[in-house]
Each structure stands twice: as C-alpha cells, then as structure tokens.
Design a protein around this ligand. Sequence first.
Ligand code: FES
Length: 170
Amino acid sequence: MKVVAGVAGAAAAGAVVVPAVAVVGAAANAPRLPGRPPGSDDGWRTVARWEQLAVGTPLQAHVIGAEVDAWNVSPDRRLGTVWLLRGGEGPETLRALSAVCPHLGCLIDHTERGFVCPCHNSDFSARGAALRGPSPRSMDPIEARVRDGRVEVRWARFRLGGAERIREEG
Ligand code: FES
C-alpha cells in the first residue's frame, strides 16, 4: 500500500503542507466506529473536489460525518468547517486550516488580506499565522490529502484559549 509521499516542510501557521498529487492510499489500522464494519471509517472526510480549488483563493468547506458518543452514532452531522488552500508551496500543494478561532471558537472569515475572526477581531495572514488580536495562536492545521480527485480532511478539534495547540478527543 502506498502512503503519503513527500511531505513538505511546516509552514508559517504550523500547517502540514502536502503535495496533493503525491498523496495516495488509505490510513492503516484506523479506529473503527461502533456499528460500522471494519475499514468503513478511517476518519477521512471528502469536503470538495480538487478542481474546485483555485490557486491562491481559499475555499471554505464543511466537514460532514458521524458524531459518536458512548452510546450513539449520529450520521451526517456537521463536525466542523475548514479553509482549503491550494498553492503557496507550488500549484499542486494543499493545506487545510480549521475555521474555528483558537481564541473562543467563532468561525473565521476570509478577507482580501488573509483571515479574520469577526468576534474579537483577530487577524491572521493568508497562511493562517496569527498577526493581531486576542487569538493566542495561529489557525489550527487539519490533515488533508487528495485522493482520486477528492479533497479529504481528517477533522480535529483543539483546545481553545491557549498558546499551546492541544488536540481534543471526540
Ligand atoms: S473568538 Fe475569535 S477573536 Fe475571539
């Protein structure tokens, strides 16, 4: 099985940037959701088609998937929202940033100059680096890849309000 090949260096916002055309294959040994057959859910969610992304123009996409707690699986819930960025390290590179503001969790907007959180006016660069305002850190990176023309992400939540990026479970 082929896996991610050629991961590029970390970017200003701490995002992992992958050459989109070099990413093929599925994650192995992924945890399985209750009530689903093995292999049916490895956490990757399709959020767009690769051709929908224009170089230099971020695309907002919702992450839809099953919400799981100790007893229930609720299918087709909005798990989160990401900004997809094509280009930056070359036209065939992809990165995804969480649209959840690291300050208190408002939805981050895109502007001509980069990103802004409308709740308390945190400004971020076009690559998601924190510039001004109360956000304690840059926008949070989300794992992303392109597979058979589909843009896929692995949604993750991070603890709000701290400079350290701490991934939350569930
Ligand atoms: S929630 Fe984004 S700046 Fe406060």
